[in-house]
Design a protein around this ligand. Structure first.
Ligand SMILES: Cc1cc2nc3c(=O)[nH]c(=O)nc-3n(C[C@H](O)[C@H](O)[C@H](O)COP(=O)(O)O)c2cc1C
Length: 159
């Protein structure tokens, strides 16, 4: 099973949350659009993540689609927890104000998608959060998205 699943490439995004004055960023690959109308996105988050607590408490999140020059940010936000470090401060990332939610948005990523949680469902050792897209902002329309396969960073290459 593992052999087949490792051929599935993953997008690389950051899930932003904002709880009690703390902005946190978590790297997430299990992210997908799941409906056109209304526009819905799913993110799959393990209950032990700091992000999980924030999602349950605030019911809001931002998905930032990362570019190849942001792999280091993805690495850091994917191995450190907001419970132990303020990742936004440590990385000194630039943020811009959101339109509809309270979560600040990453300034230099390809696009930001603002979501409000409309449902959550247990899925094995993760929980799937369904978010309705309430605003979005494209910042680098020509950039190729960062991907991951076999735990290696890669870049989307059009045919
Ligand atoms: C490329 C990559 C993708 C990841 N995707 C997910 C994911 O989809 N869901 C998840 O719960 N954790 C995922 N993680 C792990 C979290 O990013 C990691 O546990 C992080 O430290 C949690 O941060 P937090 O405690 O601040 O929420 C991923 C890590 C990497 C490196």
């Amino acid at each position: 099973m593992k052999e087949a699943l490792r051929h599935l490439p993953w997008p690389v995004t950051l899930i932003g949350t904002y709880q009690e004055g703390r902005h946190n960023l978590m790297t997430a690959s299990w992210v997908s659009q799941v409906s056109f109308q209304p526009p819905l996105i799913m993110v799959s988050v393990a209950p032990e993540r700091y992000t999980y607590q924030a999602l349950m408490a605030t019911r809001e999140f931002a998905v930032s689609i990362l570019a190849p020059d942001q792999a280091e940010i993805a690495q850091f936000c994917g191995e450190r927890s907001g419970r132990e470090v303020d990742k936004v401060k440590a990385l000194n990332v630039k943020v811009v104000p959101p339109q509809e939610i309270k979560v600040p948005l990453l300034a230099d990523c390809i696009a930001n998608i603002e979501c409000r949680v409309v449902a959550h469902h247990p899925a094995g050792d993760h929980v799937i959060f369904i978010g309705e897209v309430v605003a979005s902002r494209v910042q680098r329309p020509e950039e190729r998205p960062l991907l991951m396969k076999d735990w290696r960073w890669g870049v989307y290459q059009p045919l």
